[in-house]
Write a protein that binds this ligand. Structure first.
Ligand code: SF4
Length: 368
């Protein structure tokens, strides 16, 4: 984290959590009544997105902390649950949707481990399996170096049997998590891409080799793992490169420790294109054969998606025939042509994922 300016909402107050954050960040905070000074500070430049990545605002989450993922209309979704621990990110991927999602983007950390603990307790009492992730509006592990949150989550999830926590990252920030008694309830997940895409489009992230090395270390401490190929970017030679990444995974990781692998091709809100053109002038990521999808996002022309998916899926299945591979946001035709089936019934994809989570993470099977 390269934070230069720190604002803290006065409503958060001084406590162990904020003192820890301040001591790790080594910055004198500016205490504020509300978010206005933060927005003004970030907007006072011609590149608020870059400035926001260096400006942290510690505040309270005034909305619902644990909520169902909204998914995307018209594409099969996986019934995920989001734990909103913060927003935005210190890394800088050209394709990051968060650049266009927040106005202005603000790097927020939501303090309040105590109330988060109460909300989690309510979820842990339900007769239902939940897959809960913190990586929808931020990277789950950018916070590991500066906050107590990742450790708190791993230890809290270890004490129950109906929820699995997925921490999704492009970092290698797992050091404080390795010695924890996680009781199998945390999945450490890495978003992966080809070295070409990591080098050209994922500024400030860990290299592919470093991510896989971290995954191997986590595996050696009994953590279950997941991998996400999202976004898959189509470029000349990409099929071979994605297959090389898959080969590297299985040279280092045992298939039985992988709970799931998701795949999804690059898609973007049309307004993201302008941002990419302005902030990543070298990037050619937006100049493929795209069409407007049913969710108003640009997607690769369907035959191109089907082609790359088939290559990737057959390669994964060669190394790990039993690993659960699923699409993030795809339609019936793509599922049938690439996977040979379509999880048609409402909740079917979620059920498949719950079954895999239950089997790998010792969740209560009677809740399936
Ligand atoms: S790591 Fe994820 S959240 Fe961070 S900039 Fe990249 S895409 Fe966005």
């Amino acid at each position: 984290m390269k934070i230069e300016t720190l604002f803290i909402d006065k409503a958060v107050g001084r406590n162990d959590e904020t003192e820890y954050l301040i001591s790790r960040l080594k910055i004198d905070p500016q205490w504020v009544e509300d978010s206005k000074p933060v927005y003004n500070f970030i907007n006072d430049t011609n590149d608020p997105i870059s400035k926001a990545k260096r400006t942290l605002y510690i505040t309270l989450n005034k909305g619902t902390i644990i909520k169902a993922c909204p998914g995307t209309s018209c594409y099969t979704c996986c019934d995920y649950t989001i734990l909103q621990s913060g927003t935005f990110c210190t890394m800088d991927c050209s394709y990051c949707i968060l650049q266009a999602y927040f106005h202005p983007p603000v790097l927020q950390y939501f303090a309040g481990l105590k109330s988060l603990g109460h909300d989690l307790d309510k979820t842990f009492c339900q007769n239902k399996i939940f897959r809960i992730g913190t990586g929808e509006y931020t990277d789950s592990l950018i916070w590991e170096k500066v906050s107590l949150l990742p450790k708190f989550l791993v230890e809290t999830f270890a004490r129950q049997n109906n929820c699995v926590l997925e921490l999704k990252t492009k970092t290698v920030n797992i050091e404080s998590l390795l010695p924890l008694d996680h009781n199998g309830k945390t999945i450490l997940a890495w978003s992966l891409n080809t070295p070409d895409i990591i080098n050209s489009e994922e500024r400030g992230t860990a290299s592919l080799g470093a991510r896989l090395k971290a995954a191997k270390q986590a595996e050696s401490k009994g953590y279950k793992l997941a991998f996400h190929f999202d976004p898959i970017v189509i470029y000349p030679g990409c099929e071979i490169h994605y297959k090389q990444v898959i080969q590297q995974i299985f040279e280092m990781i045992h298939p039985q420790n992988i709970v799931w692998i998701s795949i999804g091709t690059f898609r973007f809100m049309p307004k993201l294109k302008q941002i990419i053109e302005k902030r990543f002038q070298h990037s050619t990521i937006c100049y493929g054969e795209f069409i407007l999808g049913l969710d108003n996002k640009m997607r690769y022309f369907k035959p191109l998606r089907i082609n790359i998916y088939k290559e990737i899926i057959s390669c994964i299945k060669e190394y790990a025939p039993k690993v659960l591979v699923y699409f993030c946001m795809e339609d019936e035709e793509v599922w049938k042509k690439c996977m040979g089936f379509f999880p048609e019934k409402e909740g079917e994809l979620g059920h498949m994922l719950n079954k895999s989570a239950a089997a790998h993470c010792n969740l209560n099977p009677s809740l399936l």
